[in-house]
Write a protein of this length. Structure first.
Length: 116
């Protein structure tokens, strides 16, 4: 199971309200906390880490609590696939390196041929 913060939006009497919730992914399913989460940590270091994770959520799609949740789930799954692909590329770069132009270098172990 993995989780992260998501920024949510809901409509209140006085207008839109934005809050953070936790989004969970497990076995191909996505869910989120019913209530917004607050900030409460046991150290300044932990508080910084939490705030950084919340700031990362600002760069992702907003979960509109008044809309159809299936749309958010579709977007989340698409982003999850993109994040997984980016991680695979980072792993390849870490394993094989890049040339002077930043292109991925892969050396075929069987014949020693270099491909970019």
């Amino acid at each position: 199971m993995s989780w992260r913060y998501v920024l949510t939006k809901r409509t209140a009497e006085h207008g839109d309200v934005f809050e953070f919730r936790e989004v969970y992914a497990m076995d191909g399913k996505i869910g989120w906390t019913e209530n917004p989460v607050g900030l409460c940590e046991t150290s300044a270091e932990d508080m910084r880490a939490t705030l950084e994770r919340m700031l990362e959520a600002l760069d992702r799609p907003v979960l509109d609590m008044d809309a159809d949740p299936d749309e958010f789930i579709k977007v989340e799954k698409r982003h999850a696939r993109a994040r997984a692909a980016a991680q695979r590329l980072r792993d390849e770069v870490a394993e094989h390196g890049t040339d002077e132009n930043g292109r991925l270098i892969i050396i075929d172990d069987e014949d020693g041929e270099v491909s970019r």
